[in-house]
Design a protein around this ligand. Structure first.
Ligand code: FAD
Length: 468
């Protein structure tokens, strides 16, 4: 890793002069909250040397210019809900938090777009769209806490990606500060555009390594009028997950297809103290459908009921929407009670290979002696695996987890899959990224990083290593 210069008292004073006394600090007690994200393993935490909370894009640009001049690393941070240590300051340096970029600037109902600052919570975006009679389709499970800027930076997925795509499909354009400290608008409010390189799509998903996003124009859609959530309960994992292929081949276009394995269902039930249907044996598939009319919704529900029953469902129920989504979204907290130290894997495979990937995950975890909980954005081939350290020693945990990851990702890459469907690579998956990525592809990524950030000051040590 590169050597960076320390944040001296003089530099801290200069940061304070940019953002105001209150909004730049270095004391460890206040900085501690910026030393980690939601990765459930404290070994990844790292204290920043300073934290800055700018309010304007111009302030962000001045901080980045200062960092280039002094060769100090800058780590952009949203709400810190990431699961890959992308916002963890592994080089020390300056954590630049977007939390004061918290304004919804414009909701345009005629042209159906919304302009928001990067630090607005995703749930606030959804609510503002709904209040205007419209719909924002992005829906990560962390929506009540993550920021929209973090969603762009990680290309967050979520529950409705099956129908509406990931965050990159919800964005017209955004404003950002480049790694050199220039302010630029990327993208445009156009339906089509072949005017040079598509830089906005390159930056989205680059996890804060190619720019600091300060504001975005989001696409809004008509609010779906008729929506239903169904719960199909299956006796085994593979049959449950295989329903995705059956639905797609039958021409159904669900909004969400989410999976929870039985151990996770039971874990959530204990955590919420709420009974869940057939939790003694059931693996859950939650399907959300939208329709143009009550009649259309009824027809779709009947067809789906028949399809699930023909393909092995024990029962198909009209779900209590609030209750079932609360259960689905509680899995992280619920499983954390079972083991404080965990590893999250965010496997993604082609949708038709998802039953095989689920089978391989369970088989390899059992072989490595690791307890596993599985949930999945099954409709888009994305499986979340939570592996428990439980009472294993650190050495034993590292060894078993390493063996599990090696074997699993060999299988996943042979299927045409990748390391991460939505959480990103960050710091946590960097070694695996360097091992499993085509060297030519990796070299292209490194060249892009070096071309845009020659001083390597923006979020270094993330996604891959780069030589000076
Ligand atoms: C309970 C739970 C459920 C989750 N569910 C989902 C889910 O369904 N789908 C999903 O995709 N993810 C999910 N996540 C992961 C996480 O919430 C997302 O990755 C989210 O997009 C991160 O947003 P954030 O604001 O918290 O970003 P942070 O965690 O603060 O940062 C994430 C990365 O983005 C960079 N970054 C943040 N803001 C900016 C910015 N303005 N400009 C440039 N770079 C920036 C950081 O440097 C870092 O690399 C979940 C996490 C939890 C804890």
């Amino acid at each position: 890793m590169q050597k960076y210069n320390p944040v001296t008292p003089e530099i801290l004073a200069e940061l304070k002069s940019i953002v105001g006394d209150k909004f730049a600090f270095a004391d460890p007690e206040k900085s501690e909250a910026y030393s980690r994200d939601e990765t459930p393993d404290t070994k990844y935490s790292h204290l920043p040397e300073a934290v800055v909370l700018p309010k304007t894009t111009e302030e962000v640009a001045r901080i980045v210019k200062l960092a280039n001049r002094e060769r100090i690393s800058v780590i952009p941070r949203g709400a810190g809900t990431g699961l890959a240590c992308g916002a963890v300051p592994v080089t020390g340096g300056i954590v630049l938090s977007l939390e004061r970029f918290d304004r919804i600037i414009d909701v345009n109902t005629d042209a159906m777009y919304m302009v928001v600052q990067a630090g607005v919570r995703t749930e606030e975006v959804q609510k503002a769209a709904k209040a205007a009679g419209l719909f924002y389709a992005g829906d990560p499970c962390s929506g009540d806490s993550c920021f929209i800027g973090g969603n762009l930076a990680t290309n967050a997925g979520g529950n409705r990606a099956v129908k509406y795509g990931t965050t990159r499909h919800q964005v017209y354009d955004f404003e950002m500060v480049t790694p050199l400290g220039d302010i630029v608008h990327l993208g445009s409010r156009l339906t089509k555009n072949t005017t040079g390189y598509c830089l906005e799509q390159l930056v989205m998903g680059s996890e804060g390594t190619l720019g600091i996003i300060t504001q975005a124009t989001l696409k809004l859609k008509a609010l779906p009028q008729h929506v239903i959530d169904l719960l199909a309960v299956f006796p085994d994992v593979e049959k449950a997950i295989a329903i995705v292929g059956h639905m797609l081949r039958a021409g159904m276009s669900p909004t969400c297809v989410e999976f929870m394995d039985n151990a996770t269902v039971q874990s959530v039930e204990r955590f919420l103290h709420e009974g869940l249907p057939q939790s003694d044996v059931g693996n859950y598939i939650i399907i959300q459908m939208e329709a143009d009319s009550e009649e259309d919704l009824e027809n779709k529900t009947v067809a789906l009921d028949e399809l699930c029953t023909e393909n092995g469902a024990l029962s198909v129920l009209v779900a209590d929407s609030q209750k079932i989504w609360k259960a689905r979204k509680a899995f992280t907290e619920a499983t954390r009670v079972e083991s404080a130290v965990q590893s999250f894997e965010d496997v993604v495979v082609p949708v038709d290979r998802i039953p095989e990937a689920a089978e391989a995950s369970n088989r390899i975890a059992a072989k490595c002696g690791l307890a596993l909980r599985m949930v999945s954005h099954a409709g888009d081939g994305n499986i979340h695996l939570t592996l428990f350290r439980s009472d294993l020693s650190e050495a034993e945990w590292d060894s078993r987890l390493g063996a599990f990851e090696n074997e699993l990702y060999e299988v996943v890459y042979r299927m045409g899959g990748r390391l991460s469907g939505e959480h990103g690579i960050g710091y946590k998956r960097k070694d695996l990224m360097q091992r499993f990525t085509d060297p030519v592809e990796l070299d292209m990524m490194r060249r892009i990083k070096k071309a845009l950030d020659p001083g390597l000051i923006l979020n270094p040590g993330k996604i891959f290593d780069v030589d000076d």
